[in-house]
Design a protein around this ligand. Structure first.
Ligand code: SAM
Length: 283
């Protein structure tokens, strides 16, 4: 058996003395069918360079290697990071694997984690629940070569990532993810495929990455406006944006062609970008 089943997962954890912690979102996959479904859905092909965040005991890493991927994995838990190469090499001696032990949010560049490797085309990860959105956005930002990201997150987070403007779950994660591409749900994952069993449901989200709508200055300005607009979700734009845009808020919204009585939850990414551009134009 090349992938990790329930017995192998427990054996490795016991041997290296790992007790999964909630704090690090350590729920490990032990179902080969689910792992292969994730790999299939990710579209990873043989020889592709994949970045995986949070490889844990290696469940998904092995699925990616089985599909012929070259994997660079970033793991915060030093015991897990140290054990991963042995787990993979034992089952796939020819595997191409780089492991970087660090908090994914501290990673600044591809060169830092996989020196000398070609740039990655895919991000595939079963993300830790508590920091899934910051990690996803951070990696989309620092790895512009990515063509797609397939992530497993808590079901409610998946709803937020893919929500369209005006919907109940539309919020900061939805608009910011849209800066990088088009997100869609790619299936639900039950609790029984993890050890330990989590007390939430999970879902897959596939982000097809497109061209960025602007440079970094425009992104930072747009993201600041998004953060401000959702600071008080039910407030109208003319009030909620005032602490950021000042006395010229109404003028900026008029130039952007955005009704000042709308709320943050009604606006598309393009409208946020128009406001950011208007704010720079008016100064
Ligand atoms: N990929 C494995 C699997 O599918 O079985 C493990 C997934 S588990 C949900 C999340 C993993 O992310 C854990 O191994 C945890 O230690 C790691 N992790 C948590 N926070 C992290 C962070 N900030 N940076 C990198 N890895 C992190």
């Amino acid at each position: 058996m090349t992938l990790l089943g329930p017995a192998a997962i427990r054996d490795i954890a016991a041997r290296i003395g790992v007790t999964p912690t909630k704090k690090l979102g350590q729920n490990f996959l032990h179902d080969g069918g689910t792992i292969r479904k994730i790999v299939r859905e990710s579209g990873v092909g043989s020889g592709e360079i994949v970045v995986e965040v949070g490889p844990g005991l290696g469940s998904l890493t092995l699925g990616l290697v089985e599909a012929g991927a070259r994997v660079c994995a970033v793991e915060i838990d030093p015991v897990l990071a140290e054990e991963l190469p042995a787990t993979v090499q034992e089952r796939f001696p020819e595997a191409s694997l780089a492991v970087y032990g660090a908090d994914a949010l501290d990673v600044e560049s591809w060169e830092q984690i996989a020196p000398g490797w070609p740039e990655p085309t895919r991000l595939v990860a079963n993300l830790p629940y508590n920091v899934a959105v910051p990690i996803l956005l951070h990696f989309l930002e620092i790895l512009p070569s990515l063509e797609s990201a397939l992530v497993m997150v808590q079901s409610e987070v998946a709803d937020r990532l893919v929500a369209p403007p005006g919907s109940r779950t539309y919020g900061i994660p939805s608009v910011k993810t849209a800066w990088y591409g088009n997100a869609r749900k790619a299936g639900a994952i039950g609790r029984a495929v993890f050890w330990p069993t989590p007390n939430v449901d999970s879902a897959l989200v596939h982000v097809r990455i497109g061209e960025r709508p602007g440079d970094d200055d425009l992104r930072l300005q747009t993201f600041a406006i998004i953060d401000q607009a959702f600071a008080a979700r039910r407030k109208m734009l003319r009030g909620v944006l005032r602490p950021l845009l000042g006395d010229k808020t109404a003028e900026i919204l008029a130039l952007a062609g955005v009704e000042e009585t709308l709320r943050g939850e009604n606006l598309s990414l393009d409208q946020y970008i128009d406001i950011a551009k208007a704010a720079s134009a008016i100064g």
